[in-house]
Design a protein around this ligand. Structure first.
Ligand SMILES: [Zn+2]
Length: 315
């Protein structure tokens, strides 16, 4: 007479066990086995992004005119970008090229929102003097993880994965000794080991930016690497150099490629600055670019006259 309850109990265990086993799998195993469909329509990717973006409506996302770049994140989310050619330039000058990126760290939610907000102002005269390449979410897997996280799906800090000279020794050593193997700052097994950082690197080669703007949070400062007069302030954000790290974008581009990088650290990763502050940062940034950034192609012309280049041609 106890057989029936026992059978039910066994049945319950047999149903529960695979579920429990599934929960205990390491993250990498579940990631590898998960089938993630690639959302190809703006309505699909906006639906997923908008729930994470403070201060950005679904309509604003749909109007952003982002397009898939053809490169996906590890988990199959398209890396979205918008290319916007300049319209107004002073007397046939080559327009300056600005690469603007947000969300390289997936848990810095406002860094993505701010780029979406600025995309709305691309039709203004102030913005139209530049060629833009805009990538609001460099690390969609970190951004869209059940709990947003800094690193990508492989657990790599993309902003430590750029090929700075000596990376093979310096990046793992810095991670072990200085961060005490902080999992949020793991530089990866090799430079450009991740599709997201590799895409940024490829875009730098293709677009040849004169300046790179990378938006982060929550330190509430500006950081600057590279040639040019550093900005003193954008809105309420003041220049405060945070440091140079092996494998960081600022180190790679600003220090080693001589393409200036401004790192904008918003004051809060979840709460947006006021609308007025979002605008002030934008206008101060555009003014600084106009007054301080030199065109790389103009610089190249000067160099080709004065000294023959020993570097192999870029592909
Ligand atoms: Zn960051």
């Amino acid at each position: 007479m106890h057989i029936a309850p026992l059978a039910r109990h066994i049945l319950r265990i047999s149903i529960l066990l695979p579920l429990l086993a599934g929960f205990s799998l390491p993250a990498s195993a579940t990631t590898a086995s998960a089938t993630v469909s690639s959302p190809l329509h703006p309505a699909d990717w906006c639906k997923r992004l908008v729930v994470r973006m403070p201060g950005v409506s679904n309509a604003m996302c749909l109007q952003s005119e982002l397009l898939p770049t053809g490169v996906n994140s590890l988990q199959g989310f398209p890396l979205l970008a918008r290319q916007i050619p300049a319209k107004k330039t002073k007397r046939n000058q080559t327009p300056l090229r600005v690469l603007l990126m947000g969300g390289i760290h997936g848990d810095e939610l406002t860094s993505v929102s701010v780029v979406f907000r600025w995309l709305q102002w691309m039709p203004t005269a102030a913005a139209q003097q530049f060629d833009w390449s805009v990538v609001p979410v460099v690390n969609p897997d970190g951004f869209l993880a059940p709990k947003a996280k800094r690193v990508n799906a492989n657990g790599v800090d993309l902003n430590r994965n750029f090929p700075t000279p000596g990376w093979q020794q310096d990046a793992p050593r810095y991670w072990a000794n200085r961060t005490k193997k902080d999992p949020r700052r793991f530089p990866g097994a090799a430079p450009l080991s991740e599709p997201e950082s590799k895409w940024v690197h490829d875009e730098m080669l293709r677009f040849r930016p004169d300046v790179i703007i990378s938006v982060h949070a929550p330190f509430g400062v500006l950081d600057f690497d590279g040639p040019a007069q550093p900005p003193r302030r954008f809105g309420r954000l003041l220049l405060n150099r945070v440091g140079v790290y092996p494998g960081s974008l600022g180190n790679y581009s600003g220090v080693h490629k001589n393409v200036p990088v401004i790192t904008i650290e918003l004051p809060n990763a979840q709460k947006m600055p006021s609308d007025a502050e979002v605008k002030r940062i934008w206008l101060d940034m555009l003014r600084w670019i106009i007054e301080n950034v030199e065109s790389q192609s103009e610089l190249a012309k000067v160099h080709s006259v004065s000294l023959p280049s020993s570097e192999p041609p870029k592909k």
